[in-house]
Write a protein that binds this ligand. Structure first.
Ligand code: SAH
Ligand code: SF4
Ligand code: F3S
Length: 450
């Protein structure tokens, strides 16, 4: 069956985490048979989808200011006799706020939650017909993945995301994800393997398995078994996964880091705080000590692993001493990279109602101190690669002529002069320089001995 030539322009703006990046691609996949082709700007688009994030207040507010801009753009276009742009809100704000979005911004034509993207064509048609019922936000993830067939994937490069798990049952007291993405759901292994084979056949060499709690993957044998099966796929040379929860980091997965060459030495394992008192109030189910022991265990099998994490400063009740405990945990771990956030009070979450909300200036100050330390560690981790020869998967052209950009096993961006034909190849690069965010080097003959 041949598809119609693209006649409509689709612009998707993605906020938030990688799960949203994956979902945006899949939305483009479902809309493509209807004649929608992606464009790079909202100007002149027939359909604009904002794939939103609800995690912090700022993320949510950005959506409303963008909607305001789109409304003006549409009015201008209409005044000049252009076609009417359809405005859709998808993602976690859609799930969390539903119809409320249309009350705040009536220019919105439809709202679609993260588990209902397979209904997009129908919702668009319905909105065109009547602008009647405009919300679809049910939780039935199996249906979503059934309809988004693996064969429909159109990877745009040599790396790709692959969602294997969605949702969260952990209910950390600060977090909206259990409310926006629903309970934990794991896709069947066969469906994941089929999608991965499809990606590999289309030139993808590296997949990043995604889940809000990816290591809680509940298929037989857990994430470790899944990773081992994926590693056997011809052409798929690198496997990553994110985000992990310390509670679900089992021995089988740790062992895989020790003996599976395809599993990259990078682990995003958010701790949030180094204070047990705060961790308890956060409902994190781990202590600073148990987290440190876990990192130790992983480093025993894979000493060079790049550890990454997330931190929240200014959680309700956080005292100076709690914050100091976080700094000292960071010193003990030595992070390759990390993400740090000021606590954001999210409506409906238990922490929002807790006493001892921390003043904004205190949060600012703590965040700044935290970032100085994390920055030092990131620089040190990168600087330690200078002189080494690392396998780099080249992904695309760089900014300078003749230059390619790829990734080291540790997920660092690596720049090197290399011919275009090396895009999609894993090539030894001798690292000569390190910066805060990236490395640069020269092509080498062979890798250093393991
Ligand atoms: N499931 C992952 C994290 C998903 S959310 C985990 O448990 O590790 C990504 C990050 O956003 C979290 O790790 C946390 O650091 C941050 N975050 C979540 N809710 C937040 C809030 N209310 N305020 C500030 N940061 C928050
Ligand atoms: Fe949010 Fe906690 Fe679930 Fe992570 S584990 S998504 S921080 S509730
Ligand atoms: Fe944001 Fe939803 Fe991801 S709230 S971080 S887009 S799961």
């Amino acid at each position: 069956m041949s598809e119609p030539a693209p006649t409509k322009r689709l612009f998707i703006k993605t906020y938030g985490c990688q799960m949203n990046v994956y979902d945006s691609e899949r939305m483009a996949d479902v809309l493509s048979p209807l004649g929608y082709a992606m464009t790079q700007t909202p100007e002149g688009a027939d359909l604009v989808v904002l794939n939103t994030c609800h995690i912090r207040e700022k993320a949510t507010e950005k959506v409303y200011s963008e909607l305001g801009r789109l409304k003006e753009m549409r009015e201008e276009a209409l005044a000049q006799g252009g076609a009417r742009m359809t405005i859709a809100v998808a993602g976690c704000v859609a799930q969390a706020e539903g119809e409320e979005i249309m009350r705040r911004q009536p220019a919105v034509d439809l709202v679609v939650g993260p588990q209902a993207y397979h209904q997009l064509p129908e919702l668009i048609a319905r909105s065109h017909r009547a602008r009647g019922e405009r919300l679809s936000a049910n939780f039935a993830p199996e249906e979503k993945f059934d309809v988004l067939a693996p064969t429909a994937r159109r990877p745009t490069g040599v790396t790709a995301f692959l969602t294997v798990q969605e949702g969260c049952d952990k209910f950390c007291t600060f977090c909206v994800v259990p409310y926006t993405r629903g309970g934990e759901y794991s896709r069947p292994a066969e469906a994941i393997l089929a999608e991965a084979r499809e990606l590999a056949a289309k030139g993808v060499r590296e997949v990043t398995l995604l889940g809000q709690n990816v290591n809680a993957y509940a298929g037989e044998g857990g994430l470790a078994a899944l990773v081992r099966r994926l590693a056997k796929i011809e052409g798929l040379d690198r496997i990553r996964y994110t985000t992990s929860h310390p509670r679900d980091m089992d021995d089988a997965l740790i062992a895989a880091h020790g003996d599976l060459a395809e599993l990259m030495p990078y682990l995003h394992l958010p701790v949030q705080s180094g204070s047990d008192r705060i961790l308890k109030a956060m409902n994190r189910a781990h202590t600073a000590e148990s987290y440190l022991r876990l990192i130790e265990k992983i480093r025993r099998v894979r000493p060079d692993i790049a550890v990454s994490g997330d931190f929240i400063v200014g959680f309700p009740g956080e005292r100076d001493s709690d914050f100091e405990a976080t700094l000292s945990l960071i010193r003990e771990v030595g992070y390759a990279t990390a993400f740090s956030f000021k606590y954001s009070r999210r409506p409906g979450t238990p922490a929002a109602a807790m006493p001892g909300q921390v003043a904004e200036v205190v949060k600012d100050e703590r965040l700044a101190r935290l970032n100085v330390l994390l920055d030092e560690q990131a620089r040190a981790f990168n600087a330690a690669q200078v002189g080494r020869t690392l396998p780099v998967l080249f992904e695309r052209k760089g900014r300078h002529p003749g230059q390619l950009v790829g990734r080291s096993p540790y997920l660092q961006a690596v720049h090197a002069l290399a011919p275009d034909r090396m895009i999609g190849q894993i090539v030894p690069v001798r690292i000569e320089e390190a910066a805060r965010m990236s490395l640069s080097g020269v092509l080498a003959q062979e890798l250093e001995p393991a």
